[in-house]
Design a protein around this ligand. Structure first.
Ligand code: FA5
Ligand code: MG
Length: 402
């Protein structure tokens, strides 16, 4: 399966991944485009900006926190539904399980959508203080800060009653906004404080003491309370990580029911974009150019300047309107486009019009696709064949082109 994907077949049948065979079923939506890039993890390519950020985070945790974090960065991205969702308490009917958002290999197996998929498995191995880094996969929108494959770093730290020096547990009957029902308020305050000091330290370590950042309240099924950190970038707030006090049930699942802990998950591309001013996420996949420039990186973030490729031509725009087949979602369109656009000619896609016909009840979508390479501008003639191939796949899938 390392041949170029056939642009017409949009998803796979039976497939072998890392030496294991998987059967197709009604959930299968993994595409050749993704399969061909599977395991192509940037966090392990020397001098790649993603690897540089990873090492810098390791360096921070090794030198500034005073304790040792075990490191995992080679865990299989093929995970079970149980690992990705159930083990971290994501409810059966939760939207994040949706086929439109994930690459399913079949109903039991998918490509991990977050590194949190490994929390419980590592806890069960008696790891209590660890960093876990990996490539993650999501069917998402197409624009300059979203890519179907990106990299996350997970951090977990557990504390025993002995380490914390105060009682961990108290039956509080009900949870409140700031505390789960099982833990004492003092223990939660102490761990939350430790988490915040650690992550603020990391943000300042990466971006400098005067970085503009803010804490936001969040919700995750596997932490409570939960927070996010955003940093200021290009005139706006950019979300870089989610975190919180681990749900007690996750610790129970991980056979660590006598402890309390914090966890975080951060996006390495987002950090690298902000740090090196890499304003187009596709650039991380242009290894030749990126590695060439990072050859001269000497470890000094404040001095290093990434030179963005100049693209003189404006994006070429194509509009495409069609009656959608049953159950069609905009993420399906992006994935059809991505599967054909193997060289990343598409900069972004916008759903610009949705219209329901009052008589037939049919719904029409209109997408505007902007073609411009991450390295160079593209002309109509360079990309026309992609537009044609997208139309062919849509027609094959029962879309009524307008
Ligand atoms: C999660 O994935 C949680 N597992 C994080 C977490 C771990 C919370 C542990 C609590 C405890 P979220 O979907 O928000 O959360 O993604 C985390 C980070 O990944 C985001 O803050 C962002 O930096 C990055 N990210 C998310 N989607 C994309 C994408 N499509 N492209 C690039 N980066 C992304
Ligand atoms: Mg988020």
């Amino acid at each position: 399966f390392f041949r170029r994907p056939n642009p017409i077949r949009c998803h796979i049948r039976n497939v072998s991944l890392f030496g294991k065979d998987y059967k197709e079923d009604h959930m299968t939506n993994l595409t050749p485009r993704i399969i061909n890039n599977l395991g192509n993890h940037k966090h392990r390519i020397p001098n790649h900006p993603i690897e540089i950020i990873k090492n810098e985070i390791y360096k921070f945790f090794d030198s500034k926190t005073g304790i040792t974090f075990a490191k995992f960065e080679d865990l299989n991205p093929v995970v079970t539904v149980e690992q990705n969702f159930d083990s971290v308490l994501i409810p059966k009917d939760h939207v994040s399980r949706d086929k439109k958002d994930n690459y399913y290999i079949n109903e039991d197996t998918l490509l991990r959508a977050h590194t949190s998929a490994h929390q419980v498995e590592l806890l069960r191995k008696k790891e209590s203080t660890f960093l876990c880094c990996g490539d993650v996969y999501r069917r998402d929108t197409m624009d300059r800060s979203h890519y179907p494959i990106f990299h996350q770093m997970e951090g977990v730290r557990l504390f025993s009653e002995e380490e914390l020096g105060i009682p961990l547990f108290q039956d509080r009957k009900q949870r409140t906004e700031s505390c789960q029902e099982h833990y004492s308020l003092e223990a939660v305050e102490k761990v939350e404080n430790e988490l915040k000091i650690t992550l603020e330290g990391l943000v300042k370590h990466l971006f400098g003491e005067d970085v503009q950042y803010r804490w936001m309240d969040e919700y995750f099924p596997f932490t409570h309370p939960s927070f996010e950190i955003e940093v200021f970038y290009e005139g706006d707030w950019l979300e870089i990580l989610g975190c919180g006090i681990m749900e007690y049930q996750v610790l129970v699942n991980g056979c660590s029911e006598d402890k309390i802990g914090w966890a975080f998950g951060l996006g390495l591309e987002r950090l690298a974009m902000r740090l090196f001013d890499i304003n187009d996420i596709r650039l991380f996949w242009k290894s030749e150019v990126v590695l060439d420039q990072f050859q001269s990186f000497n470890g000094d973030f404040r001095q290093f300047k990434f030179v963005l490729p100049e693209r003189k031509i404006e994006p070429a725009k194509f509009d495409l309107a069609f009656w959608i087949p049953d159950g069609f979602h905009d993420h399906d369109f992006y994935d059809i486009a991505r599967n054909i656009d193997v060289d990343d000619a598409i900069e972004n896609v916008e759903l610009i019009d949705v219209f329901s016909h009052p008589k037939t009840g049919k719904t029409s979508h209109c997408y505007r696709t902007y073609y411009r390479g991450a390295l160079k501008g593209l002309q109509f003639k360079d990309v026309e064949h992609i537009d044609t191939a997208i139309r062919a796949v849509l027609a094959e899938q029962g879309a009524g082109l307008r």
